[in-house]
Design a protein around this ligand. Structure first.
Ligand code: ADP
Ligand code: MG
Length: 447
């Protein structure tokens, strides 16, 4: 019966999808409480979990008659000869996708990046960078919050990996760069850190460089990495929320390095582009947004696209919770609630921001979260607080335990639990999480 799962699944997805993504996907075991699959590529593992979680769940249900959660594990080791042959025959993407632990969002692709006239030139150069690494070096993109910088950077990273499977592509935020550096100093191993960035990357993408403002030591380290990579003809791609000249107190030599390559701004999308972006954002959640609804959203929410995304997620949540059609009247109501919600001040402590967001979206008070109730919703809210502190605000487990007054193991358990639901795209928790993140991310533009 269990082998049926794969057959059922295969029938549910298009052949091309199967060949591209499922060619190393195998059933490993069916246990009492879960189904385990294996896959030979970490990038694909993430992709399957986010994009095909729903259809995998349905197939398990259909084949076993049970609603078992699933897990995808990484199949260690090389492919066998036969497997390799099969993949070559199938022209599978697996051959072309490098093996990597990806911190990239599989949705942030060029395909999902809607191009209006205002950003056409930027888009063309970005594609060119992915085709000809080293041609525009560095490539520096700057612009306001929520205009698509991270999306574009990750699209370049993913496309470069597809075009050049042998190149080592490294995408990080400048905050991660700093944390790695501090960690290596603590461990007395700065050389390893330097090798990692300077010797083991062919293409280095650094997001949100403005984070290094005021951090001279890290800037110096970055300057040296930059030079070494640049001298070796390696591609550097950097983004920032402001023009290099406006990076206050940055080493001037670093600023002039940024200016010597291709410098481009990312523009606010016009209403027409926002209309297409709205449709695309909904499509990413497997929802088709009627034109009139996309229009009303696009004409009422400008600037920060995270706000547009937040509104769309809210629309989808409402329509599924209340079983309502996604139409103009629902959209207008969502827009009203958006207009009257001033956003969450980012000056608050992260945990207070999360309490606020949960209060608004789940209607659960912080007193309830801090209390001892075992009510299902409240327990979920409590776990979400811990998870968001970790995922969104990058807090360590120790800090989370201290701030929430919970025991270590409880924190770890909660984080794991939510992570599983979110990674598997499990309906309501995933949508709730996206909704909360949408609200938390929109805070800075919503003054
Ligand atoms: P930034 O890094 O500039 O703050 P992000 O890259 O995080 O912005 O973009 C915010 C959201 O808007 C993301 O969900 C992203 O996918 C979406 N987005 C931004 N620009 C576009 C675009 N041109 N087409 C489609 N989606 C976009
Ligand atoms: Mg960003």
């Amino acid at each position: 019966m269990s082998s049926q799962i794969i057959n059922v699944l295969k029938k549910k997805v298009a052949k091309k999808t199967w060949d591209n993504w499922f060619s190393t996907f195998e059933l490993k075991s069916v246990e009492d409480d879960r189904v385990v699959f294996s896959v030979a590529n970490l990038f694909i593992k993430d992709w399957l979990q986010t994009k095909y979680g729903g259809v995998i769940n349905r197939s398990i249900h259909e084949a076993t008659g049970k609603e078992l959660p699933f897990e995808i594990v990484f199949k260690d080791g090389e492919l066998s000869k036969e497997e390799t042959a099969v993949h070559q025959q199938a022209g599978s993407l697996l051959k072309r996708k490098p093996l990597m632990i990806s911190n990239l969002n599989p949705e942030y692709t060029f395909e999902n990046f809607v191009v209006g006239e205002e950003n056409r030139a930027l888009y063309e150069v970005a594609r060119d960078v992915a085709r000809n690494p080293g041609k525009y070096n560095p490539f520096f993109v700057y612009g306001g919050v929520g205009l698509g910088k991270t999306h574009l950077l990750q699209a370049i990273a993913q496309e470069t990996m597809t075009n050049f499977p042998d190149k080592k592509v490294l995408y990080i935020t400048s905050e991660q760069f700093m944390n790695d550096m501090i960690q290596s100093i603590k461990e007395n191993n700065i050389q390893k850190f330097r090798d990692h960035y300077r010797k083991r990357s062919d293409v280095l993408l650094i997001d949100d460089i403005q984070f290094l403002i005021g951090k001279k030591g890290v800037q110096t380290e970055f300057f040296h990495s930059f030079n070494e990579l640049h001298d070796a003809g390696k591609q550097l791609i950097i983004c920032s929320d402001r023009n290099p000249e406006e990076l206050d107190n940055f080493h001037s030599r670093l600023i002039s390095r940024f200016q010597m390559g291709m410098l481009m701004t990312i523009q606010q999308p016009e209403a027409e582009t926002r209309f297409h972006i709205a449709k695309k954002l909904a499509q990413r959640e497997s929802v088709s947004l009627p034109d009139d609804v996309a229009m009303i959203l696009a004409s009422n929410i400008d600037g920060n696209l995270r706000r547009l995304r937040g509104a769309i997620i809210k629309l989808i949540v409402h329509s599924s919770v209340y079983n309502a059609r996604i139409d103009i009247s629902l959209a207008s109501r969502i827009l009203q609630s958006f207009a009257s919600s001033p956003g969450i001040p980012s000056s608050q402590k992260p945990i207070d921001q999360i309490y606020d967001a949960i209060e608004r979206i789940m209607k659960i008070s912080r007193e309830d979260i801090k209390g001892n109730s075992r009510n299902k919703e409240i327990v979920l809210a409590r776990q979400l607080v811990m998870y968001i502190l970790k995922q969104h605000f990058g807090k360590q487990v120790v800090e989370i335990a201290r701030e929430t007054g919970k025991q270590h193991p409880t924190v770890i358990h909660s984080i794991k639990k939510i992570d599983k639901s979110v990674m598997m795209g499990k309906g309501s928790t995933k949508i709730l999480y996206d909704d909360l993140i949408g609200l938390l991310s929109s805070r800075s533009a919503a003054v």
